[in-house]
Design a protein around this ligand. Structure first.
Ligand SMILES: Cc1ncc(COP(=O)(O)O)c(C=O)c1O
Length: 338
């Protein structure tokens, strides 16, 4: 085990010993390579550099209360990465290769898996890029799939604290029939400017609206939005939202806690009807929201008294406990890496 201050790690890049790589050339996957380099040697005309043939994933591995290493719903990340690959015409990574490479890179970097009780986890970043050269706008003949990992700290340094978010209308992260539903770099490039402005203006993140009508909530930065109204868990449905695996899991937990789950359009006005609100994703599970400000109208929606609401807290605790093996996993979401 490395001598790292696990409890004060940020959510950021951390150099570990190894990463794993595999090339697809003219439709055939090669052998898994292990590397200690943090760099890739890439063709100057690679399609990932010019035409955005790029997709990534984000997932975590947890050291549990029983000291076992658990990975959370990796099949869903594999499926989503295949959808991303298909969406921008890249070679698709088969499940066996996806999991085989995760298992390998996690085992190789076992000493970087944070101890139980620190709130930290090992973050896994699979990346698929077009490495073959093209000058005309065409898909590449060669792809690189690589995975690097790194320990990341608890997302909330001060605990599970509610944040402020800002609704914007002068930026969209994706087009209505564009690539918002898949995890490709261009969506994130489009989100950088409004996110930086929101930070400067005192908000944790931006809430994007559905780009065509600007009436409905799409996403909360790099996370899905949900609201709690009485006994309802309500989360937006739209082609331009990335289907969050955390949100998918929270919907199941909410249903099993007796809530009614609704996946549908959510208007900006409806924000005034929620008792609790949150943003969900792998990094934090849930960022509870205490305030949403509409940048254009100045209208402010507030939730709770500065603490996360009871349903948000119960959902967060339940999912966290399953991930750390503190509670049984009746859903089969975790897999133990032996
Ligand atoms: C745009 C966007 N939405 C939602 C999410 C949350 O997805 P997940 O719960 O699978 O991490 C992410 C993070 O991957 C994201 O980048």
């Amino acid at each position: 085990m490395q001598n790292i201050e696990w409890g004060s790690l940020p959510f950021g890049y951390f150099k570990t010993e190894y990463n794993v790589r595999c090339y697809n050339r003219f439709g055939t996957w090669g052998k898994i390579e292990v590397s200690s380099s943090e760099y890739i040697n890439i063709h100057i005309a690679a399609t990932c550099l010019h035409y955005g043939q790029e997709a990534f994933e984000g997932m975590k591995v947890f050291r549990g209360a029983d000291d076992k290493i658990r990975i959370f719903r990796w099949e869903e990340n594999a499926k989503r990465m295949r959808r991303s690959a298909e969406g921008v015409m890249m070679a698709e990574v088969p499940d066996e290769l996806f999991y085989g490479m995760i298992e390998k890179v996690v085992k190789l970097n076992a000493e970087f898996i944070p101890p139980y009780g620190t709130g930290a986890a090992l973050y896994i970043r699979p990346l698929l890029i077009g490495t073959g050269p093209q000058v005309g706008v065409k898909p590449a003949d060669e792809y690189l799939f690589l995975i690097f990992v790194g320990p990341v700290g608890p997302y909330f340094k001060e605990g599970f604290h509610p944040v402020r978010m800002q609704i914007v209308r002068d930026y969209d992260r994706c087009a209505p029939l564009g690539t918002g539903h898949i995890k490709v770099g261009g969506n994130y490039a489009a989100s950088l400017k409004p996110a930086a402005r929101a930070k400067k203006e005192g908000f944790a993140s931006v809430i994007f609206l559905e780009a065509k009508e600007k009436k409905y909530i799409d996403e909360a930065g790099p996370a899905n939005f949900f609201g709690i109204k009485g006994k309802q868990y309500i989360t937006p449905d739209s082609h331009s939202i990335l289907p969050s695996i955390t949100n998918m899991s929270l919907r199941t937990l909410a249903k099993d806690m007796g809530l009614v789950v609704e996946l549908r359009h959510v208007t900006v006005e409806e924000l005034g009807e929620f008792d609790e609100a949150g943003a969900c994703g792998t990094a934090a599970i849930i960022s509870p929201i205490r305030e949403i400000e509409d940048r254009d109208t100045g209208k402010v929606f507030t939730y709770g008294d500065g603490e996360a609401g009871p349903i948000t807290t119960a959902l967060y605790n339940k999912l966290r406990a399953i991930q750390y093996g503190e509670e049984p996993d009746p859903y089969g979401w975790t897999r133990i890496i032996e």
